[in-house]
Design a protein around this ligand. Structure first.
Ligand SMILES: Cc1ncc(C[n+]2csc(CCOP(=O)(O)OP(=O)(O)O)c2C)c(N)n1
Ligand SMILES: CC(=O)[C@@H](O)[C@H](O)COP(=O)(O)O
Ligand SMILES: [Mg+2]
Length: 629
């Protein structure tokens, strides 16, 4: 039997449905999302929460002519399903499959690529003003979550949009959650809006917007009424120049559709506040939206389960443990996260040291300058941040931390390829973007034990140091429990071979060792991309005919470039091969496969060395014995 959902390959078909069929459609869509995410893994709670909103938006607006920009984009699975991608949902976040976020290359309905948060209002305002300049009557809609709304960028856009003569609709999807429970004064304010006498049942609100009034007129009227003490104060969003409507129930199509239909006719900046529940409709996700924010595969009948045998600790866990241990030893340590408590491994630290734990919201720029301020007062801030999200705070890193040479530790998680999230989240650039900043050092641990030790080294230094480590686990090195550091700026030789020296930065040391074992190359674990261990480098250059560098980061400007620059500066001309991430955006997919495609697995490294320096190498052993593993 054909289901209702199967009849929708395009939102134009959705718009033909009678209103009475939308609720059954929502039920099917929700079940489809749950079923497909349980088979592929991916973002779940946020998608279960946007089912009705997605239907209502495509039902009321003439998409793709009207533009919907989804903030972060991790809530767009219902949108993907309704816009012709239903049958490809089983490929989600896999190599060659659908992306986990909106992607312009994937569909004309994905009007703007997102994944880093809080860009939607800016982008939609740009679209709205472009439409105006071109004389096109299209609408632009930004859908932004309460978490994403905490970022400075969202407020920069509101500030601009509130006085722009643009037909922009901002929809605040307020589920009272970020990935973890939301933080900050804005969250408190939104809670007040919901609990106070502003709150009205959806249908009443729908009536309120039935008469189409120019927003400025509405605002003037409200100000007048306020002066007379007749109404509650204008909301923050009205003060920003928006016509504010809400809050309304974001799961009630009978509220959403008439409200959107009416707001569609209004001119100028409009703001609709909808209230949704993260995980709506799947009891386990409703009860624990954090666990179901981005689960792996699971059986929906059972829910998430613990693996029978405990897996190797992830680098994130190694960091989290180190932070607690160092926090116990040194009361100056403070832990800072821009809204990534779980992902960055700070759950335990918050429990044990709540007074030294700071979740600042989705506010990377603020997080970095906030850390700088603390460092000026003698504290030792550790900013736990994904490599990709530190990109947001580049000026703060240079101007507020490095220029003043402040001792801030950057625990740079997700360095290198991250897999299913794809190019938006890959930590490909940190070595390149950090290396050029004076005073900043960069440690690249090769395994879990080194990670712990290098964090200690970083903490003991009196200047900014980043310790970069990848998503997931490494080789499973035994972790020494103490807090002993490794020497600052020093690497080590891990294998002595002939003629070709392979210099590895980070976890690719292990495939490099495997490749070198076959070709009888020397391998150095360089550990620091900055400062380079010059003594070791010059020694290796003297003793070998060729140098190969290996890193899980962009080749351009990366650690290999640093080696080339250093050799040149010392007047050493050596044939060099730089292996790392190519100058391209690397798609989503299984990280091991992606690394292999980049030629960064053992076989790829061996093949590249053979292709370039084959005559210098000796093929010595058929086995893949890895030194030190
Ligand atoms: C710049 C940036 N920082 C952090 C993140 C990680 N992140 C993804 S979703 C999310 C929470 C977003 O909360 P909200 O906008 O309320 O959406 P919800 O998850 O509640 O649906 C965070 C912190 C990100 N994507 N981009
Ligand atoms: C959408 C977003 O930015 C996060 O949910 C991210 O996908 C989390 O990534 P990790 O799974 O690596 O923590
Ligand atoms: Mg939210």
């Amino acid at each position: 039997m054909t289901t209702l959902l199967q009849t929708i390959d395009d939102p134009a078909q959705l718009r033909q449905l009678p209103r009475s069929q939308l609720e059954p459609l929502a039920a099917e869509l929700r079940a489809y999302v749950l079923d497909s995410v349980s088979k592929t893994g991916g973002h779940l709670s946020s998608n279960l929460g946007t089912v009705e909103l997605t239907i209502a938006l495509h039902y009321v607006f003439n998409t793709p002519y009207d533009r919907i920009v989804w903030d972060v984009g991790h809530q767009t699975y219902p949108h993907k399903i309704l816009t012709g991608r239903r049958e490809r949902m089983h490929t989600l976040r896999q190599l060659g499959g659908l992306a986990g976020f909106p992607a312009r290359a994937e569909s004309e309905y994905d009007t703007f690529g997102t994944a880093h948060s809080s860009t939607s209002i800016s982008a939609a305002l740009g679209m709205a003003l472009a439409a105006k300049l071109k004389g096109e009557p299209r609408k632009a809609i930004a859908v932004i979550g309460d978490g994403a709304m905490t970022a400075g960028m969202a407020f920069e856009a509101l500030n601009n949009a509130g006085v722009a003569d643009a037909d922009l609709l901002v929809i605040l999807n307020d589920n009272d959650m970020s990935i973890s429970p939301p933080v900050g004064a804005l969250n408190r304010y939104l809670a007040q809006l919901m609990s106070g006498r502003f709150y009205a049942a959806g249908k009443d609100i729908a009536k309120k917007v039935l008469h189409v009034a120019p927003p400025l007129f509405e605002l003037a009227k409200r100000l007048e009424e306020h002066a007379k003490g007749m109404v509650v104060p204008a909301t923050l969003f009205e003060k920003f120049g928006f016509n504010y409507v809400g809050p309304i129930d974001g799961h009630d199509l009978e509220s959403l559709i008439p409200t959107l239909e009416n707001m569609k006719q209004l001119k100028g900046p409009q703001f609709l506040h909808v209230v949704t529940k993260k995980g709506q409709g799947y009891k386990l996700a409703e009860a624990d939206p954090v666990a179901y924010h981005g689960p792996g595969k699971f059986d929906p009948a059972v829910g998430l389960t613990k693996p029978a045998t405990p897996p190797k600790p992830t680098f994130t866990q190694v960091f989290g443990q180190w932070l607690c241990d160092m926090g116990a030893k040194d009361a100056r340590l403070v832990g800072i996260t821009p809204a990534m408590r779980e992902g960055s491994g700070l759950v335990e630290f918050e429990k044990r040291f709540p007074e030294r734990y700071y979740d600042v919201g989705i506010a990377e720029q603020h997080a970095v300058t906030f850390a700088a301020g603390m460092a000026t007062e003698g504290l030792k801030p550790v900013v736990a941040i994904y490599s990709t999200f530190l990109q947001r705070a580049y000026d703060q890193l240079i101007h507020d931390v490095a220029l003043q040479n402040l001792p801030v530790v950057f625990a740079l998680d997700r360095a290198g390829l991250v897999g299913a999230d794809g190019p938006t989240h890959a930590g490909a650039y940190d070595i390149a973007y950090l290396r050029c900043i004076p005073n900043v050092s960069i440690a690249c641990p090769a395994d879990e034990n080194e990670c712990r030790k290098l964090l200690t080294t970083a903490f003991e230094e009196n200047h900014p140091v980043a310790v970069r480590y990848p998503r997931g686990s490494g080789v499973g090195a035994a972790i020494e429990p103490g807090l002993a550091p490794l020497p600052f700026g020093k690497g080590e030789v891990r294998r002595t071979g002939k003629r070709v020296a392979v210099l590895a930065f980070g976890t690719l040391l292990y495939p490099a060792l495997a490749a070198a074992e076959k070709l009888n190359c020397t391998v150095a674990n360089m550990r620091w991309a900055k400062p380079l261990d010059l003594e070791l480098l010059l020694q290796l250059a003297k003793e070998h005919d060729a140098i190969v560098t290996v890193e899980e980061g962009a080749v351009m400007g990366g650690a290999g470039s640093a080696v080339g620059e250093a050799l040149q500066a010392h007047g050493i001309a050596k044939p060099m091969l730089q292996l790392g991430l190519r100058d391209e955006f690397i798609p989503h997919g299984d990280p091991a496969k992606l690394l292999a495609l980049q030629g960064l697995d053992a076989a790829g490294i061996e093949a590249s060395i053979t292709a370039r320096f084959g005559e210098l190498t000796e093929r010595i052993a058929p086995s893949l014995k890895v030194v030190g593993s």
